[in-house]
Design a binder for this molecule. Structure first.
Ligand code: MG
Length: 168
């Protein structure tokens, strides 16, 4: 198969997120919660735009495709042991889910890390829902919850950067 165009890759990544239960609107709710205390004039549309900018990045698309594929394969029991059990049970000693999404967290610099740490700890909105859903033995969201948290964190960072530029 040929390398897909950026536009196609973005659409594939978006469809995968929706298919697995994370809509852009739900991710935007988290971005809004993260940034509204700093930017009182913030609107939901700004948060959706920021997520769109994050999803334009090839490294983000690659992380979404890779992580969701591993979740799906684990869910279908198609991985080899011991990786199958490590991913399917969301083993706390695995940790590659958090590492994979650093490529997303990174896209707007170091504010992303702070935001990601925050959402990873508090699991607001859809992240908490996905985390709970993943505890079902027939469901695996090991990568997805981190992917969603990382996209929200990167989008929040993008808004913070843009807002600073507007202030200057
Ligand atoms: Mg995880």
């Amino acid at each position: 198969m040929s390398i897909e165009s950026n536009k196609k890759m973005k659409q594939i990544a978006k469809n995968l997120l929706i298919e697995r239960g994370a809509t852009i609107e739900e991710i935007a709710n988290i971005v809004y919660e993260l940034q509204k205390k700093y930017i009182p004039s913030l609107e939901m549309g700004d948060c959706i735009d920021a997520i769109e900018r994050v999803l334009d990045k090839r490294e983000v698309q690659n992380a979404v495709l890779t992580g969701i594929e591993l979740d799906k394969l684990a869910e279908e029991n198609k991985l080899s042991e011991p990786l199958e059990s490590l991913i399917n049970s969301d083993n706390p000693l695995y940790g590659i889910d958090e590492i994979l999404v650093l490529s997303i967290v990174n896209v707007y610099g170091s504010i992303g890390f702070t935001n990601f740490g925050y959402v990873d700890k508090l699991k607001p909105g859809i992240i908490g829902t996905l985390d709970e859903e993943g505890k079902d033995p027939n469901k695996c969201n090991t990568f997805l919850d981190d992917i969603v948290g990382a996209i929200a964190a990167a989008a929040a960072s993008s808004i913070a950067h843009n807002f600073e530029e507007d202030e200057e």
